[in-house]
Ligand binder design. Sequence first.
Ligand code: FAD
Ligand code: NAD
Length: 469
Amino acid sequence: MSDSSFDVVIIGGGPGGYVAAIRAAQLGLKTACIEKRGSLGGTCLNVGCIPSKALLAASHHYHAASHDLGAFGIKVSKVEIDVAGMMGHKDKVVSDNTKGIEFLFKKNKVTYIIGAGAITAPGQIEVTAKDGAKSTVAAKHIVIATGSEVTPLPGVEIDEEVIISSTGALALPKTPKHIVVIGGGVIGLELGTVWGRLGAKVTVVEFLDRILPFNDGEVSKTMQRLLAKQGMEFKLGTKVTAITRKGKTATITVEPAAGGAAEKIEADCVLVAIGRRPFTEGLGLDKVGVAIDKRGFVTIDGHFRTNVPGIYAIGDVVGGAMLAHKAEEEGVALAEILAGQHGHVNYEAIPAVVYTWPEVASVGKTEEQLKAEGIAYKAGKFPFTANGRARSMNEVDGFVKILACATTDKVLGAHIVGPNAGDLIAEVVLAMEFGAASEDIARTCHAHPGLGEAVKEACLAVDGRPLHT
Ligand code: FAD
Ligand code: NAD
């Protein structure tokens, strides 16, 4: 095997690709990862999960210092935001994380190839470096992990200055006066929250009649109420018909989705956050005959195999939950399959978190899904107002809801709105992974005073016997 010949070559160095590369190398496969961005970690580390959480953390502290600390007897006389300083924090977090992946590649002996990969034939990849130089890499197995990109709004040009995508929203030089967010999904609410905390007026325009349409209905309603209390405005059931930029401002024309009178909104910033679509440009899929579906996702079977032998795909580019941890699980499972093991992903137990405050975390089925599928279930709910730890933190908004099978008591879903919901959900994910009943969680001793006691109490409530409500 020559130096440019590998057991596995992964195209794309995001959470799917880089994790697959590390796991494949751990299992003794000669592995390379091709990434064109110039830094590893993909969307998630560079312009997604990590920078957005760095800004959410910074803006959370600012907001707490400006509004919330007085309730604890802490007097803060003058709080100022330095947007450049906040961006410096974000940039450092991103750079430390992406360099960390380079270190992990070295440690695990993964070859990192910087350039754009294109599949020229099964087992053959052409790499184009930034300076245009071309080289060829041979591989027994090729993995497509090229991720996703922002879904554009037809007729609207994103300039990343006034009309921005999530990438622009992570790098604004100053707080806008009025930011109109198109799309009341995860990105819209997280990044709307960042700039809202810093003083921007935030208006969310959502096509459907609810925000967070993939979440449990009760969660969506609660979050809309809590975010409205924080100052976010919502225009639901509303479609955008035009956005025109004039200098440093934009006019957004909207009308009711069901039809009706148009309205114009003026803003100095418009964030387009209506979803993401698979990215396969320049990969040469048509030349080698790799099938994609009508939305552009690479088609795979239960073992991540495309229709072309020796070519596999994982992560955002194959669809399903477009989440970093889902991509990572697929990366590990595929690497194990390629090494002759039995890699597997349990898609029933993939958590999803919205990092607003309070946070929103969910796993498994929503009440709406259970009803639509005709599954009989019991629901147990417990509010954070009745949790001692939440009260001591002054964080009493939200609840834990557990959905369990009416006949077997097996946990089918969990929906949490509340402080640290994103961490609390892990317990229920584990329970679901083990096929646990709500009674199993209800009978598990939880440390006091802990936010996790709300999860236990919600499970007790499934059987009608909560202790503290
Ligand atoms: P990507 O991370 O998109 O990586 C694909 C990589 O492939 C890219 O680096 C790209 O440059 C490279 N590439 C593409 N084509 C080629 C080619 N031909 N040659 C070489 N390289 C190529 N998910 C969460 O779970 N939690 C979060 O908190 C979260 N927050 C997010 C916030 C934002 C603002 C955004 C936009 C996304 C967020 N996501 C979050 C989603 C998450 O980023 C994605 O689900 C995840 O990055 C998908 O991983 P991936 O490896 O499939 O693809
Ligand atoms: P999304 O699918 O979460 O939300 C898009 C929203 O836009 C939906 O509510 C949809 O109804 C609405 N919409 C669609 N077309 C519209 C239109 N023309 N006008 C008005 N509203 C419209 O997508 P997103 O927020 O862009 O995020 C993209 C992906 O990134 C998601 O799949 C998400 O999983 C991932 N992500 C995850 C996290 C996290 O895990 N915390 C954070 C950010 C992004």
